[in-house]
Design a protein around this ligand. Structure first.
Ligand SMILES: Cc1ncc(COP(=O)(O)O)c(C=O)c1O
Length: 442
């Protein structure tokens, strides 16, 4: 293994990163924090508006039920990034040369424990897009190779896959998942019927963005394994919304954002890679750690603000101290109650059985919202979404799926039923003024 020059990171070599990550828990001594890291012990969890006022920075009067889009940071985690930033600038040499890498190792070790994997199999990256690009660019794609996806795959990821397929002569096989979904068996059967052995890579969203059902991943991964197909799971919405046990799930690659449902500051995510595939998975940014092992290669991507990674301690404290199940139970229950509320108020249906949704759901909008002669498109949805924002200050996305319009509701710990009641009532009010809406489409 190539060693870096001492000058790269002061006395801490990039190759030390590997050594520190490999140390058993009993022999590992974490570095002391130079900033305060809040804990939430003995803390009575407040949900809904009091939680929002205490722990989030959201504007008072906005009905913010679109956490799924760009997340929303935990106030204490944001404060922590600021503290780290100020600390860095007090003595930048000391921080970047002597302290940063041991701290990155520490947060990596802790996050690995949180998602149940070996710390040497996990690296921190700024977002899921970067992680997926690194995986896909590491594939040795050739003419005739096939990459497999479902139609619900995230749009930007589809573009990346189209790009690499065009560049190499590989083929992108996109399989249509029809809505409304009847059961998780529908998804499992579809994958079982359409995934051929020999596929170079299958990509599945754990929770697709436009159609946020929790995909039956265990069963899907089982199918991939039986057919010898490597599988990349895009869990952009997973960390913070469901218990992640990568050891038992056993994917080949798993990526998740921390800056979405886990409420970390923007620019925090992770990439997990099975050991045997790590040597072919290189970072997009080649820097000092190159040639020193998987973790060393990813840990330094040039000089930038690493504080969102370091602030992750605060979010882990929040989830651990308050209780992951408690947080999840609140979000899931709110989502299911909202599904009942809106489907009964609008007399419409969900895009899938209620049990398949977690913290987000797709609820069909009342068809009275648009004229019967309107061809429903993405733009119709966009116009409705814009009206909800401009007329009522409600931030909720409208999705057009196979000719039907749905709202995608998000339910986080700071949301409460009153917000979805407001949405329900205002949509009914908009039904009265649908001509206005249709004109706005163009
Ligand atoms: C399923 C899915 N994948 C990937 C992404 C991209 O995430 P990021 O922009 O943080 O890289 C998103 C963003 O919403 C997503 O929903």
């Amino acid at each position: 293994m190539q060693k870096n020059s001492k000058r790269d990171f002061g006395s801490f070599h990039a190759s030390n990163v590997q050594e520190l990550l490999e140390l058993p828990e009993t022999d590992y001594q974490p570095p002391a924090f130079p900033v305060s890291i809040p804990k939430f012990n003995d803390y009575q969890l407040e949900t809904g508006r009091p939680c929002r006022q205490k722990h989030f920075l959201l504007e008072e009067d906005c009905t913010f039920i679109n956490h799924g889009a760009f997340g929303g940071v935990l106030r204490e985690a944001m404060d922590s990034t600021h503290e780290w930033q100020r600390y860095v600038e007090r003595q930048p040499l000391r921080f970047y040369d002597r302290e940063l890498l041991p701290h990155l190792v520490y947060v990596t070790r802790r996050l690995a424990k949180f998602v149940c994997c070996d710390p040497t199999d996990l690296v921190l990256v700024v977002n899921v897009t970067t992680a997926i690009n690194a995986v896909v660019r590491g594939l040795d794609l050739k003419k005739g190779d096939v990459i497999y996806i479902l139609s619900v795959t995230y749009g930007a990821v589809k573009k990346l896959l189209q790009f690499v397929c065009e560049a190499t002569g590989a083929m992108l096989k996109e399989v249509q998942l029809n809505f409304p979904i009847s059961s998780k068996d529908q998804v499992v059967s579809l994958v079982g019927e359409t995934l051929d052995p020999g596929v170079k890579l299958a990509v599945f969203d754990h929770i697709p963005s436009n159609a946020p059902v929790i995909l039956p991943l265990k069963e899907i991964i089982e199918i991939c394994k039986n057919r010898g197909v490597p599988v990349l799971v895009d869990g952009a919405h997973a960390l913070g919304t469901l218990p992640l046990d990568l050891k038992s799930l056993d994917p080949d690659y798993y990526v998740s954002n921390a800056h979405k449902w886990f409420c970390c500051p923007k620019g925090s995510a992770f990439l997990y890679v099975r050991k045997e595939l790590q040597s072919q998975t290189r970072p997009l940014i080649i820097s000092h750690g190159f040639g020193s092992g998987f973790n060393s290669e990813f840990i330094w991507a040039g000089l930038h603000d690493y504080s969102p990674f370091l602030a992750m301690h605060v979010n882990m404290n929040f989830w651990e101290d308050i209780g992951r199940e408690k947080i999840q139970q609140y979000m899931y229950k709110l989502c299911r109650d909202t599904c009942d509320l809106l489907t009964s108020l609008w007399n419409t249906k969900l895009a899938a059985p209620k049990e398949m949704f977690g913290c987000m759901a797709l609820v069909e909008l009342p068809p009275q919202l648009y004229s019967s002669d309107t061809t429903v498109t993405y733009s119709t949805g966009e116009a409705i979404q814009n009206q909800l924002y401009h007329l009522y200050n409600i931030e909720v996305p409208v999705k057009c799926i196979q000719g039907t319009l749905y709202v995608r509701i998000s339910c986080h710990i700071y949301n409460e039923l009153a917000e979805y009641e407001r949405l329900g009532k205002n949509v009914l009010e908009m039904c009265e003024t649908k001509m206005n809406l249709v004109q706005n489409v163009n």
